[in-house]
Write a protein that binds this ligand. Structure first.
Ligand code: ADP
Length: 446
């Protein structure tokens, strides 16, 4: 291409230079003939300038009218330039055609997509959206260039967009129809853009609600007869009846108690999933005092197992939350640590404020540990790594699911690190917004 350009330039300049020399030669000859060299040169130079201007005009006309009339005339000296431009125009037309086909396919594809797709820049300003976004979110062409938060007004969605350490998706009620639930995913792409997708998940949301209602209803219905059976069994057990085998009665009582705990846990889980914490239940919680209460509550189990419970922090850290729920979550983790550690094992309780002002509460044990492929499944309902051991110890397989929901309700998360045979570390991470107060650090033993 460079070579060609040089050729083009050489050709134009060469042609002009040859013409100039011819003009000057003729001017000199004519000047001698008329005996006025200066006059002659001036006239011939003027003609040469007019010739240059005219040829430029012809070329300009050719370029500007190329699209309308391809057979328009051009000056011979621009032959190379015209051929090169012709070639470029043809290449450009081919690329444009290919681009048009691609654009058409992309538009057809995005139009047939059931999901709404919106492209936003790194300031969440709308750049493009597909047809489904017009129907699902009522977006209009004039919305291009407007911040997405001005177009979709929903507290959950706003919080999702404004949080830096956000999840991959959020569910929210459609701003247009209260019975439609939308699930939105945010995916970064390119250097400074995001792709937002919106899917109508009302049906699966409805099924999920039906499932939760079903579990709640069955649990409610089972609770009453079970309480009656439990009551009778206890009465028979205490009545010193010689006709009844005490070991069978003990087994019946044990199983009835297990069922009762399981039903209570299921009801608790349903409540956690279907409600929000009332604002009045949020209070400042002193973690130091809470830890002392937890240790007291587990005294019987930890004494039985001869655990050495160490508190690695002594800060006066206050977080805001539901005392009842956080107490229940931490107690669950501590009882698990005792349950899944060997006799005499050490358990470490720690809590601190991280650099990013998150409050971390962790319980570390040196027990059986959890296989890697089970770590991500621990918070599923009824998931147990060792079913036999869990049942034997009276576990329901619902404890960590309850902990996860309690953390979700506090905008926090449960993190698990574990090495099989070495132990586990369960951390509850509370967001910066829930940190109420903090002071200095030291270490103590219980
Ligand atoms: P469970 O009532 O069975 O303890 P959880 O939901 O509390 O139910 O725990 C689920 C499973 O996770 C347990 O069955 C157990 O296999 C595993 N697990 C929980 N905590 C620990 C721990 N500290 N160490 C090892 N395994 C644990």
């Amino acid at each position: 291409m460079n070579n060609q350009n040089n050729k083009i330039n050489n050709y134009s300049i060469t042609a002009d230079l040859i013409n100039l020399i011819i003009f000057l030669a003729v001017a000199v000859i004519v000047g001698y003939l008329i005996n006025n060299l200066v006059y002659s040169i001036l006239i011939f130079l003027s003609i040469f300038i007019i010739y240059i201007l005219y040829s430029n005009y012809v070329f300009e006309r050719w370029v500007l009218n190329y699209k309308k009339n391809k057979s328009i005339e051009y000056h011979q000296k621009h032959q190379y330039l015209v051929s090169a431009l012709n070639k470029s125009f043809e290449e450009f037309t081919t690329v444009k055609l290919k681009f048009n086909v691609l654009e058409k396919r992309f538009k057809e594809l995005s139009a047939s997509m059931p999901d709404a797709v919106v492209v936003v820049d790194n300031n969440f300003v709308t750049e493009w959206f597909n047809d489904a976004a017009i129907k699902m979110l009522s977006l209009k062409d004039i919305d291009i260039g407007r911040p997405i938060l001005h177009l979709i007004r929903n507290p959950n969605f706003t919080k999702f967009i404004n949080t830096k350490d956000r999840d991959t998706h959020v569910n929210f009620i459609s701003p247009l129809k209260y019975d439609v639930t939308i699930k939105s995913f945010l995916v970064p792409y390119g250097e400074d853009r995001y792709l937002l997708t919106f899917r109508d998940v009302s049906e699966s949301d409805h099924l999920d609600k039906m499932r939760r209602d079903f579990v709640a209803n069955v649990s409610h219905e089972l609770k009453t007869p079970l309480t009656v059976i439990f009551g009778y069994l206890e009465t028979i057990s205490l009545s010193d009846n010689k006709n009844v085998d005490q070991s069978i009665l003990d087994q019946m009582l044990k199983q009835a108690k297990r069922m009762d705990i399981m039903i209570s846990d299921l009801l608790k889980l349903t409540k956690l999933q279907t409600t929000n914490i009332p604002e009045k239940n949020f209070s400042p919680i002193n973690l130091k005092n809470l830890v002392n209460e937890l240790i007291l509550a587990c005294k019987q189990e930890s004494n039985k197992n001869k655990n050495d419970i160490k508190i690695l922090a002594n800060d006066d850290i206050y977080i805001r939350g539901s005392y009842e729920e956080i107490y229940s979550a931490f107690l669950n983790l501590l009882l698990n640590a005792i349950m899944y550690s060997g006799k005499g094992a050490t358990i470490e309780i720690n809590y601190y404020v991280s650099n990013s002002k998150e409050t971390i509460f962790s319980i570390k044990d040196y027990g059986v540990g959890i296989p890697l492929d089970s770590v991500n499944r621990l918070t599923e309902r009824f998931y147990r790594v060792d079913k036999g051991r869990s049942r034997e110890q009276g576990g329901t397989g619902l404890g960590l699911s309850i902990v996860k929901h309690i953390m979700n309700r506090h905008d926090g998360k449960l993190e698990v690190e574990s090495i099989i045979g070495e132990g586990s570390n369960f951390s509850c991470v509370f967001p910066k917004s829930l940190l109420a107060m903090t002071s200095s650090k030291s270490t103590s033993d219980v």
